[in-house]
Design a binder for this molecule. Structure first.
Ligand SMILES: [Zn+2]
Length: 188
């Protein structure tokens, strides 16, 4: 009886959800939370090849004082280091927000196979929302796109971050009114 039970367990297929887009997006969400904790706009990304996470990154624009330090750019650099090549053949990038034109362009240049994003960005998303850099016909390479994976979680994290930022801003402005020298410093 015991061995029967054992064999049936080992014959069970691996839980499929372990390798689903949602599971990798959840890893990207954890990194986005880390960004938020560090005062960065919460965007996280992981690069996956053959089912293995080869690189992780989160937005570090403020910390590095670098406008190009988006999660996607950092994850591409880390993935290049991991595989020892600039070509991202067979690599999927999971990112919590639709990439901007810079990041989508970098993914095209790096020959990323697929990008999966959470929250769409109608204002500046470049994977089909505002622009279609990943699918632009004149490009040497096109990146397959899937959006809306764990979109609600990704949106909630973003909204929460900006709500807190507004509250902090309102508090600082109020303090500034009570202390004009503080307000002047903020203006300068
Ligand atoms: Zn970007």
């Amino acid at each position: 009886m015991k061995s029967e039970k054992k064999s049936s367990t080992s014959a069970d297929p691996l839980p499929f959800h372990l390798f689903s887009d949602e599971s990798y997006m959840r890893a990207a969400l954890r990194l986005a939370e880390r960004a938020a904790a560090e005062g960065e706009v919460p965007v996280g990304a992981v690069a996956v090849k053959d089912g293995i996470v080869i690189a992780k990154a989160w937005n570090q624009v403020e910390m590095l004082k670098d406008a190009t330090a988006h999660a996607e750019i950092l994850v591409l650099t880390a993935a290049s280091n991991a595989i020892g090549d600039w070509r991202m053949d067979g690599v999927t990038v999971f990112v919590t927000k639709e990439p901007c034109a810079m990041c989508a362009g970098a993914m095209v240049n790096a020959r990323v196979e697929r990008v999966v994003y959470g929250l769409a960005d109608p204002r500046s998303g470049a994977c089909g929302s505002a622009l279609d850099v990943t699918g632009f016909k004149g490009m040497l390479h096109n990146v397959a796109v899937k959006g809306g994976v764990l979109e609600e979680e990704c949106r909630a994290l973003m909204q929460d971050f900006f709500r807190r930022a507004r509250e902090r801003g309102a508090k600082t402005a109020k303090q500034g009114k009570e202390n004009p020298s503080c307000a002047r410093r903020r203006e300068g």
